[in-house]
Design a binder for this molecule. Structure first.
Ligand code: ATP
Ligand code: MG
Length: 438
């Protein structure tokens, strides 16, 4: 069914329940409640973006976002437990029982005045309200621009996104080159959707990605860090890496990694296996940390730089510490890393030379280090690349599996056991010894 949009002249296609088949129980009840609350007050409100796309694809949406023609103040007034947030574009967070739903007022088309873009065409200010159709066309991809009315159970489509979801096509809304220029993060989002949803890009949307990659250098590093986590810590690290490599984007995120002629970074076994393990851990609902991810991603330049410090007379541990500081500082200029994570990344690296020592108090201390497990997991990855580490890695695997007594025997040998025996005896009262022996 199609009709003129009440908001402007763009044609809207409306897909009823009989066509899309989205069930009420698939939708967050609280989000539906917010839409109902706004509609009762006479506003228009819809679920929008990734959640509609995921529902159509039969996936469980990560979050449910709402778009409305009510202003942030009007939304805030409608819901007692809500807060207006954001400076660049104000949104409302509505809360209930630990849940949070984001409600945004329809955004207008990007302003065309020079003042709102930087020299490369990147949008700097984007804060005007607009119509529903304008809100649709300023979104990135057609599959992300669908609105769902949970009361009438209808999907409203201004950009052909409905057909693209069914055909699993990723198409930029508008002219791809200028949309990537406006916001270069969209090229990373394209890689993420290809990896996560199994959609494929049409040639018009794909071609300009390669040349837009270099514009990532203009994006604030904190925003790139957020995108990086979504790419690598959402269960699709391997696929994300493949998409980023295909389009030569890894190199722009990690300028310190060595590349081949096609702008693909040289992955190495450490990184490849780290990504496989990360996806596996997420499938098993085990925790993952950006610290370990960064340790694997940057191991190649760190170990190279540490080698050159070693040649200048630094001890292996000092060399890794200094190299780690330098490589992380440079990486932070591109993708910011919070200190609480970069600190752990550096510990993982600088602990590596300590594994060589399998005897005495130092080996025992290493086992009891807080970050032992992460550093040991990293040693296992390194052993995939360096055969000479295999037996060492096995020794550290085995030592964790034996009893406390066997561990002491292996680390301290007989000398420690002998030296401990008299001390243990001393701690027991002599009278007890005699009484038990009687
Ligand atoms: P995910 O499932 O990963 O959350 P998503 O599509 O919902 O995917 P969000 O980052 O949650 O992604 O963004 C919500 C919606 O906001 C998108 O679906 C899209 O319509 C719009 N959007 C997000 N980022 C951009 C962008 N950089 N440019 C244009 N529109 C964007
Ligand atoms: Mg989302």
């Amino acid at each position: 069914m199609s009709s003129e949009s009440p908001t402007n002249n763009l044609k809207v296609n409306i897909h009823p329940l009989g066509e899309h088949g989205i069930k009420r129980r698939q939708i967050n009840r609280f989000a539906v409640g917010i839409v109902e609350g706004l509609v009762e007050k006479g506003y228009r409100a819809y679920l929008v973006g990734g959640c509609v796309r995921d529902l159509l694809l039969g996936l469980k949406p990560k979050d449910f976002d709402i778009a409305t023609n009510a202003t942030p103040e009007q939304v805030h007034k409608t819901f007692r437990y809500s807060r207006i947030i954001g400076r660049r574009f104000r949104l409302v967070h509505v809360y209930t029982r630990g849940e949070l739903i984001e409600v945004a007022t329809f955004r207008g088309a990007a302003q065309s005045q020079d003042a709102s873009h930087d020299a490369s065409g990147r949008i700097l200010s984007d804060n005007t309200f607009g119509s529903m159709a304008e809100d649709a066309v300023r979104r990135d991809f057609t599959i992300n621009a669908l609105f769902y009315d949970p009361i009438k159970q209808e999907i409203h489509d201004f950009v052909g996104g409905y057909a693209d979801v069914l055909e699993r096509k990723l198409k930029v809304i508008g002219d791809p080159e200028s949309r990537y220029r406006e916001d270069p993060v969209r090229v990373l989002r394209a890689a993420r959707f290809v990896a996560k949803l199994g959609v494929s890009t049409d040639s018009g949307s794909e071609e300009p990605i390669r040349s837009a990659g270099k514009l990532l250098g203009n994006v604030p590093s904190a925003r790139l860090y957020d995108e990086l986590l979504k790419l690598f810590l959402s269960g699709q690290a391997v696929n994300s890496m493949a998409a980023l490599q295909e389009w030569g984007l890894m190199h722009h995120l990690f300028p310190q990694l060595k590349c081949d002629r096609d702008n693909r970074v040289i992955e190495g076994k450490v990184l490849r296996q780290a990504l496989i393990n990360t996806d596996q851990r997420i499938r098993e609902r085990k925790p993952v940390t950006p610290a370990f991810l960064y340790a694997a991603l940057l191991w190649q330049p760190v170990s190279k730089l540490a080698t050159s410090y070693g040649e200048r007379g630094y001890s292996p541990q000092d060399a890794l510490t200094v190299a780690g500081d330098e490589i992380i500082a440079k990486q932070c200029q591109r993708t910011a890393i919070p200190r609480r994570f970069s600190g752990v990344t550096k510990v993982i690296w600088s602990m590596q030379p300590r594994f060589v020592n399998t005897k005495g108090r130092r080996a025992n201390a290493l086992l009891n280090q807080r970050k032992f497990r992460a550093a040991y997991d990293f040693l296992l990855l390194r052993a995939l690349e360096d055969e000479s580490l295999e037996s060492l890695a096995k020794w550290w695997t085995d030592i964790q599996e034996v009893s406390q007594e066997q561990r002491e025997q292996q680390i301290f040998g007989d000398s420690k056991r002998k030296s401990q025996r008299p001390r243990r005896r001393k701690s027991k009262p002599a009278s007890n010894d005699t009484s038990t022996s009687k």
